[in-house]
Design a protein around this ligand. Structure first.
Ligand code: NAD
Length: 308
């Protein structure tokens, strides 16, 4: 399979490119990434000169470039996005142009090319918050911050291209990832670095917000499975069932790094901070997937990576 991976110099995208090249000897990957503040070629260390990999620096909003690249592949996996909720609260415009318009430009190129699969990478945040129970793929989208709203917009556009143009679209919605290559603005890498440096760990509100955490390698395995074996037009939730409050995650980081709990500092809560996300995962499990890493095992690997 020849795969165009957008956003492949970012956190999950780069882990996915490494995973595909390692696991599928016959596959070729083209990575398209604009190298925003969140992307880095260092995330592709060891594979920039790989014979089955090509890196292209460019923007998914560049129609001509996108058409050229999509014409030569069998599948598109769209990770490219503005991904940080706090930044979307400060200013939503790049979120709208990359996450929505960029996805539309990719979908149009894919519609006019002869591609076999279009995998849109989405998030549990599109469902909004849930206090009890878990979201299934059939639940209504109810995004509550600008980042999540643009991701929901992209999901709906992708689904509309499947229905209107018969584009072979699949969508995955994964919970919070952690692991190597994540930008230090995000909670887990930031807190590991602060804990190691003896600096405070700023926890939003009272730290009671609950997130479900998946080790990035487990997510990449699930995404790869959906890309190859998922049913066209279907949405797949990918969750680990490891639910933690932000305070529990913070304490686990301090414990793993070996730092003192008095580094915790409670700060003003994020505006519109969703209380809890949780995903039902029967559909992805029916494809034969389950997470291999416990939260503790994933965190130990992650701490080791960042302290290195
Ligand atoms: P990230 O911010 O680490 O990476 C995004 C990448 O996209 C970066 O390399 C950036 O340079 C690139 N990019 C941004 N705008 C671009 C543009 N206009 N054209 C080309 N490239 C562009 O994000 P991530 O955490 O790796 O997330 C990847 C995808 O997975 C996103 O779509 C996100 O919504 C989704 N997702 C993330 C999580 C998570 O926990 N991180 C969970 C569920 C879903």
């Amino acid at each position: 399979m020849r795969i165009l991976v957008t956003g492949g110099a970012g956190f999950i995208g780069s882990n996915f490119v490494h995973y595909v090249l390692d696991e599928h000897d016959a596959d070729k990957v083209v990575t398209l990434d604009a190298l925003t503040y969140a992307g880095s070629k260092e995330n592709l260390d060891g594979i920039l000169d790989h014979p089955r990999h090509e890196f292209v620096e460019g923007d998914i909003r560049n129609q001509e470039l996108v058409r050229d690249l999509v014409d030569d592949v069998d599948a598109v996996v769209n990770f490219a996005a503005e991904s940080h909720v706090d930044r979307s609260i400060e200013g939503a415009n790049p979120f709208v142009t990359t996450n929505v318009e960029g996805t539309q430009i990719l979908l149009d190129a894919a519609k006019d090319a002869n591609i076999d699969r279009f995998l849109q990478i989405s998030t549990d945040e599109v469902y909004g918050q849930i206090l009890d129970g878990k979201f299934s793929e059939a639940d209504q989208l109810n995004p509550r911050n600008p980042y999540a709203a643009t991701k929901a917009g992209a999901d709906l556009l992708a689904q509309s291209y499947e229905r209107t143009h018969d584009l072979p679209v699949l969508i995955t919605r994964t919970c919070n990832n952690f692991g190597p290559h994540q930008h230090p603005e995000k909670l887990i890498p930031k807190f590991i670095k602060n804990a190691a440096a003896g600096e405070t760990l700023p926890v939003y509100g009272d730290g009671s917000n609950v997130r479900e955490w998946i080790y990035v390698e487990d997510n990449c395995r699930a995404l790869d499975l959906v890309l190859r074996e998922g049913e066209i037009s279907e949405v797949y939730n990918i969750g680990s069932s490891y639910e933690k409050t932000n305070l529990e995650v913070t304490e686990a980081i301090l414990d793993t790094v070996g730092a003192e709990v008095d580094l915790i500092e409670f700060v003003d809560d994020r505006a519109g901070h969703d209380q809890r996300y949780a995903l039902e995962t029967a559909k992805i499990e029916a494809l034969g997937w389950e997470p291999e890493y416990t939260f503790k095992q994933g965190l130990e690997q992650t701490v080791e990576y960042y302290l290195d």
